[in-house]
Design a protein around this ligand. Structure first.
Ligand SMILES: C[S@@+](CC[C@H](N)C(=O)[O-])C[C@H]1O[C@@H](n2cnc3c(N)ncnc32)[C@H](O)[C@@H]1O
Length: 253
């Protein structure tokens, strides 16, 4: 039977790759590399570097998987994501049939860990639902949340209190909610932190965590907000892309 290994590769530093991931990579025949166009070229290069660095034999090849752009969400965010997943499931199925022989193993390298804001496991379930039989497993990776905590030498939660992981879109809608405890915000293209009431809040922000371009800012949100907006703009202009994550919580005492 064909086998697919879904391998978390960490959040931007090739040294995030675990020994379990290296062992898994060394047993694959084909690495499927998503191609999301030029703005994500840097991320594709990191995936390729990981393969070159850690795979110790020559009997593997990469197959590029072109990822269609998701339609603008409009009012129906879920609907546009579902349509996009269906289109992806169709192309994954075709590639698995065409590129993997019976008994061969393919790998999908997932940024960070597949359990966190990533579609791969949902798409794999959709491919199986279309009728293609294959076995699959998951190798965990270091998430950007862990990379953020390590970079700032942070414990994510206050003692006995919750941690919430959410999106910029949700933070912008609801503002900071004390009942959520320490709040990690991901996928924030609109700088939601600069649009909420900053009174009493602290922020720990990180961009390109784990990569050579890593940038960190922390302090009271009221004082740091503008600086982060400026840093973000400058970094995006310099690199052509940006990925950032931050933790917000109420100042204690
Ligand atoms: C589609 S999600 C993927 C998350 C990934 N599966 C993980 O485990 O971290 C992309 C979001 O993750 C965060 N992210 C991923 N890598 C990052 C990095 N190196 N530095 C800062 N944020 C990162 C950003 O919030 C970005 O918008």
């Amino acid at each position: 039977m064909r086998r697919i290994r879904i391998i978390g590769i960490g959040a931007g530093n090739p040294e995030h790759v675990t020994i379990q991931a290296v062992r898994a990579l060394n047993r694959v025949d084909v690495v499927f590399v998503p191609d999301k166009g030029s703005e994500k070229a840097a991320l594709r290069e990191l995936r390729e570097e990981i393969c070159r660095r850690y795979i110790e034999h020559d009997n593997w090849r990469t197959v590029s998987l072109s990822v269609p752009k998701r339609a603008a969400a409009g009012d129906d965010y879920r609907g546009s994501v579902d349509d996009w997943h269906a289109a992806l499931a169709e192309s994954y199925e075709r590639l698995f049939r065409e590129e993997l022989g019976e008994g061969q193993t393919g790998a999908l390298l997932v940024w960070g860990d597949p359990s966190l804001y990533d579609s791969t496991l949902r798409i794999i379930a959709a491919v199986r639902a279309r009728g293609l039989e294959f076995d699959y497993d998951v190798v965990p990776g270091i998430t950007s949340v862990q990379a953020l905590a390590a970079a700032h030498r942070l414990v994510l939660n206050r003692i006995g209190e919750p941690v919430t992981i959410t999106t910029g879109r949700r933070l912008a809608e609801s503002g900071f909610r004390d009942e959520d405890g320490s709040t990690v915000v991901m996928l924030d293209g609109e700088q939601a932190f600069s649009k909420i009431d900053p009174a009493g809040l602290e922020i720990w922000w990180g961009a390109y965590l784990g990569a050579p371009q890593e940038r960190l800012v922390s302090g009271p949100l009221a004082e740091m907000s503008e600086r982060i907006v400026r840093e973000r703009e400058a970094a995006r202009a310099e690199n052509g892309w940006i990925m950032d994550t931050y933790l917000l919580r109420r100042r204690s005492g």
